[in-house]
Design a protein around this ligand. Structure first.
Ligand code: SP5
Ligand code: ZN
Length: 344
């Protein structure tokens, strides 16, 4: 299997994130990608390819132009805003306020206001390298899609930061640019009439769902922790089924706290039947490994062997498949878990 990977994904180095009112080391780290890279390289059968630096054309079809301009220029503006008199290194950027229901819907033009306008949460530090790493990730995802459109059975985009929480104009959940959406749009632009996205991260992929919510050419299926108890709380319920031309092309399978393979496997069966019925010509898998029993963010009880079983079930769909890496924070186990999944 081909692996699209660039060292540029290591450029995003968040320092810390908030937990229970204090700061802890950021969970979404460059080490995640390094350990996956090293595990796959050691296995010997993966073919590594570095993506070109050309910005994929699908990016502008997935994200709003004002959002892309903001992300590209945010760091220098934050640095200029914070830097004077700070002395040491510039701290990571976070929003100050959110455009909530009791406020007017305006787009501010100073950096603190813009961060607040475009952020979805307080858990996603914007760093000096966030744009570079995110751009390398969507480029890898698009190029994996191009490989698959060209006849390869499957390709893996070794991406970070992850992408599935990023909406057309919002960052959050550690995500800035939506890798799965860019892969899906690239498959469509390369000739697929219909594409399915299967999101098997522990968290609901709110960004991917919202990007394709009104489109009938992309089926988005999510298996995830029920938003009644888990992040992102505001999206991912079974009653969300798409709108307009997209009615019926969104499927949410929220699962209870503590779900193990028996419960997960039933949902995966339902997801695979829906994908087969939709009649897609290609598949994107948003694969998060934070369903793992040892993951610090997860309540699910999925084992390494279960990841191999998931891979087998997905391969059974017999569709040209792009796999993008989403979450997975049991960092020491991540390389072996990804290897098991891809082997399946
Ligand atoms: C891509 C991805 O997996 N993003 C996840 C972002 C989750 N951010 C919210 C974390 C909430 C932490 N809850 C603590 C539970 C610890 N037992
Ligand atoms: Zn996740």
């Amino acid at each position: 299997m081909r692996v699209l990977y660039s060292d540029d994904v290591l450029a995003h180095v968040p320092r810390s994130e908030m937990k229970h009112g204090g700061m802890i080391p950021a969970r979404e780290s460059p080490a995640r990608a390094e350990l996956v890279r090293d595990a796959l390289a050691a296995q010997g059968s993966f073919v590594f390819e570095e993506p070109s630096r050309a910005v994929p054309s699908a990016l502008a079809r997935v994200h709003d132009s004002d959002y892309l301009a903001f992300l590209e220029g945010a760091w220098p503006r934050w640095e200029a805003h914070i830097g004077a008199g700070n002395g040491g290194e510039t701290p990571d950027a976070f929003p100050l306020i959110f455009p909530v229901r009791t406020l007017e819907d305006v787009r501010p033009s100073v950096i603190d206001g813009e961060l607040s306008y475009y952020a979805m949460d307080t858990g996603t530090p914007l760093t000096a390298g966030a744009w570079m790493a995110s751009l390398a990730s969507v480029t890898s995802a698009a190029q994996a899609a191009t490989c698959v459109s060209g006849g390869e059975r499957a390709a893996f985009a070794l991406t970070r930061p992850p992408g599935h929480h990023a909406a057309a104009g919002k960052f959050g959940g550690y995500c800035f640019l939506n890798t799965a959406a860019v892969a899906g749009q690239t498959l469509l632009d390369s000739g697929a009439r219909k594409v399915a996205v299967l999101d098997i991260d522990y968290h609901h992929g709110n960004g991917t769902q919202s990007i394709f919510y009104e489109r009938g050419d992309v089926l988005v299926v999510n298996i995830h922790a029920d938003p009644d108890y888990e992040f992102p709380f505001f999206l991912g319920r079974a009653g969300e089924t798409g709108r307009g031309a997209g009615e019926g092309a969104t499927l949410n399978l929220p699962l209870a706290r503590g779900t193990d393979w028996s419960g997960y496997s039933a949902a995966l069966g339902q997801a695979c039947r829906a994908i087969a019925k939709f009649g897609a010509q290609a598949l994107v898998v948003s694969w998060g490994f934070d369903t793992f029993e040892g993951d610090p963010l997860s309540t699910f009880q999925i084992s390494r062997d279960d990841f191999a079983r998931m891979g087998e079930r997905i391969a059974g769909l017999d569709l040209p498949t792009v796999i993008v890496l989403e979450g997975g924070y049991a960092t020491a186990s991540l390389g072996e878990n990804v290897l098991a999944g891809l082997a399946g």
